[in-house]
Design a protein around this ligand. Structure first.
Ligand SMILES: Cc1cc2nc3c(=O)[nH]c(=O)nc-3n(C[C@H](O)[C@H](O)[C@H](O)COP(=O)(O)O)c2cc1C
Length: 735
């Protein structure tokens, strides 16, 4: 609910709020410039002295006004010609032109009304209202995410768009709320919806009709310091009944020009005073530093808009929306989902529907939104969690384990965890296991022992559903039809074959990028945005289960490239390695953020064997900034299966690859890549000491050997692989 309140005004009024924020930020500079540029009155100068000095230079003086910045402007009528200037109060002489800056006028018109008069003012007021709703709902969402208002400035976790959004929001929210609420007040004032009009003094009774006194002879003008002055109007020489009108901090007075006596006066009402304060807070006129701070905060709005939109698109893309969700505070079953590719959300939907049909109220949410304080009516927690990397959390759920481990009191309602994984990975459902152990460690009661679903098996899921039904005391039929991801057609443009002579047939397959729609380009969906190391899901003919291949190219390369080793009896690898140029396949993209080089210029140690070179070759190809990259590559013989041999030589020559070490198991020294790493331990050690990140891709045995070789080197440096992993400096992509 709160999220919808935040999302919809944000999406609908985004442009309006952006115009308001950016023009407001630009306008905030003017009061500061005026404050710095305006000649200030010397201390103790009275209004009478100032008026006398200005009148000496401009006998036809009509009005003097002092702005909150201290800037004094005078208007006069000289020989039938009107004139005006900013006055230097120290001398009474003209200082600079009183004409407002055309840029400021243009910006003010844009900011107030989009140049559309009253209609524009109402539109901008709607923008300000949207901004107020956004800031209030945003503040509540930040507090919820951080685990309460008291942890407002706590550490943020999770994927970057959400993190940047929260980091910025918590600093800017106060200023944005102040700006939007004061804008609404000022609009109400403009449309006379507030009783804040200036209280005029009662009309003056007749003046004495005597000749006008000099300003210095008028007691009230002599007593009033310039610092209190707002406005002083002079009586018209042609009208003997006209008076001096002085508006100062304390109110407005009408003064008989012939006697200097106050004929009538009025104090400003509380509303008028409040409106003056609101105007000062909004415009920064009279509070230039505050204005600049508010302007800076307004500059966060474009970043908030972009990160908010990216987050929204990501959520949509990963299917994290189950319509008809019950609010977190009223649901009895809390269903939390940790997913990277989105398929677990399909299972969550089936489970939610079955539970709802059985009469349960279910709140489904991403696991990253887990917050024990929010589930007032919870009777049970169900966590569906996929596993990535090497037994790790999907990117969106990173940090949740630490939050569970830090719980002082576990939720009262018991927990069941269902892991989604693939038995071909060494850490089958490793993340679900970690969640179960963390929950047990903090004393969170178990509703059911850990369940697992291998390769999205509907049978495994149905079996777990029956067990859950037994615990709930009512049958639960979970008939889930896994959704086959929508593939796009990729056409093969070239292939390079290797390894047939050494019984390790493999091919580098290069496909043309599919045609992209405008929406895909704008949102970065599908093949619009990918990097080497991401995964290509290929749907083989005759199976609904996709097979994943690491990408050897990024979108910037302009093609989609993978390496495929033909597995004996392998359905997908058999079909792929039989493709002729011009043939097509159906495939989709899956991001794999756990296996990307970290940003920066620290060295990369790339280790791969056979077809495992694919993502590593992609990293080298993308290394246009020439960070130090050293590749250790293993194959059988240099003649048969040295994949990318020519490309590697070219990248070595142009500086994208700084070092290449090869290991051939059936030629020369007859060694494996891990042996080469051991033999070159000194160089590996130097790179590790320089902060290198290690990325390993290949078979399981090779990865185990590499781990062992690296551990030996790290031990010598007082380091460990576990430490490296913790710092995000070691990642594997194993098949
Ligand atoms: C790059 C990658 C790494 C994976 N790592 C593991 C793993 O270490 N252990 C495991 O059991 N499953 C692993 N899996 C399998 C996924 O957990 C499994 O396919 C899951 O159903 C995906 O759910 P999702 O689509 O909701 O993210 C991995 C899958 C991919 C694509």
């Amino acid at each position: 609910m709160l999220r919808s309140i935040h999302r919809w005004p944000g999406l609908i009024a985004a442009l309006l709020v952006l115009v308001l924020a950016l023009s407001g930020a630009a306008l905030s500079v003017f009061p500061a410039l005026e404050r710095v540029g305006a000649p200030q009155a010397p201390a103790g100068l009275s209004v009478a002295e100032l008026a006398a000095q200005v009148e000496a230079g401009h006998p036809g003086l009509e009005q003097i006004r002092r702005a909150p910045s201290g800037r004094i402007t005078a208007w006069w009528f000289d020989a039938g010609t009107p004139g005006s200037a900013v006055i230097d109060p120290a001398t009474g002489a003209d200082a600079i032109s009183a004409d407002p800056s055309p840029v400021e006028l243009w910006l003010t018109n844009l900011h107030r009304s989009l140049f559309l008069g009253d209609t524009g003012r109402l539109v901008m007021a709607a923008g300000a209202a949207a901004m107020a709703v956004l800031t209030l709902s945003g503040a509540a969402l930040v507090a919820r995410r951080m685990g309460g208002w008291r942890r407002w400035f706590g550490r943020t976790r999770g994927p970057w768009p959400g993190r940047v959004h929260v980091e910025l929001a918590r600093f800017a929210v106060g200023g944005l709320l102040l700006s939007s609420l004061t804008a609404l007040w000022m609009t109400a004032s403009t449309f006379s919806l507030l009783p804040d009009e200036a209280v005029d003094p009662a009309p003056a009774v007749a003046t004495a009709g005597l000749p006008r006194l000099a300003p210095t002879q008028i007691p009230l003008l002599a007593e009033t310091p310039v610092a209190d002055l707002r406005d002083l109007s002079f009586p018209s020489p042609q009208d003997p009944t006209d008076v001096f009108t002085l508006t100062a901090a304390g109110g407005t007075a009408l003064i008989d020009p012939g006697t200097g006596t106050v004929l009538s006066s009025a104090l400003p009402s509380a509303w008028e005073r409040a409106s003056a304060i609101v105007e000062m807070l909004h415009t920064g006129r009279g509070a230039a530093v505050l204005g600049l701070i508010l302007g800076l905060m307004a500059l966060s709005v474009p970043v908030l808009a972009v990160t908010g939109a990216v987050q929204w698109l990501r959520t949509r893309r990963s299917g994290m929306r189950l319509p008809g969700n019950v609010a977190s505070g009223s649901a009895e079953t809390i269903l939390l989902v940790a997913s990277e590719g989105g398929t677990t959300w399909g299972f969550a939907r089936t489970l939610r529907d079955a539970l709802a049909q059985a009469g349960h109220s279910v709140h489904a949410a991403p696991l990253s939104a887990f917050d024990p304080a929010r589930y007032g009516k919870a009777k049970r927690f169900l966590i569906l969690a996929a596993t990535y990397g090497e037994g790790e959390a999907p990117a969106a759920a990173r940090g949740v384990l630490a939050r569970i481990r830090a719980l002082k009191t576990p939720p009262a309602a018991p927990l069941a965890v269902l892991g989604f994984g693939d038995r071909s990975f060494p850490e089958f459902c490793g993340y679900a296991q970690d969640l179960t152990e963390a929950a047990r460690a903090v004393g969170w009661a178990e509703l059911m022992p850990l369940g697992t679903v291998n390769r999205q098996s509907p049978q495994d899921f149905a079996r777990w559903g029956r067990d859950l039904g037994d615990v709930l005391g009512q049958p639960l039929d979970l008939a889930h039809l896994p959704q086959v991801p929508q593939g796009e057609v990729l056409r093969l443009i070239s292939r390079r074959d290797y390894g047939a002579e050494v019984q390790a047939p493999a091919a580098i397959l290069r496909f043309a990028l599919p045609q992209l729609g405008l929406w895909q380009r704008l949102t970065g969906q599908g093949f619009a945005r990918f990097e080497a190391g991401d995964l290509l899901g290929v749907l083989p003919e005759g199976s609904d289960l996709p097979r994943f291949y690491s990408l050897a190219s990024g979108a910037r390369d302009g093609f989609v490239e993978i390496c495929v080793r033909r597995q004996p009896g392998g359905l997908c690898s058999g079909q792929l390695t039989a493709l002729a140029p011009g043939a097509t396949i159906s495939a989709f993209l899956r991001r794999n953020p756990a296996f990307h080089p970290m940003r920066g210029h620290k060295p990369l140690i790339l280790v791969g064997a056979g077809a495992g070179i694919a993502p590593l070759a992609g990293f080298v190809r993308a290394n246009r900034r020439h960070r130090p990259v050293h590749l250790w590559f293993g194959a059988r013989t240099p003649e048969s299966d040295f994949l990318y041999e020519d490309d590697l030589a070219a990248w070595r020559a142009d500086g994208r690859l700084s070092g290449l070490s090869t290991a051939f198991s059936r030629a020369g020294r007859r060694e494996h890549v891990q042996d080469r790493i051991g033999a070159e331990a000194a160089q590996v050690g130097r790179l590790l000491a320089a902060g290198a990140q290690v990325l390993v891709c290949g078979g399981r045995e090779m990865a185990a050997g590499v781990r062992e070789a690296l551990s030996a080197i790290l031990e010598g440096q007082g380091q460990s692989l576990a430490l490296l992993k913790e710092e995000g400096r070691y990642a594997e992509d194993i098949f």
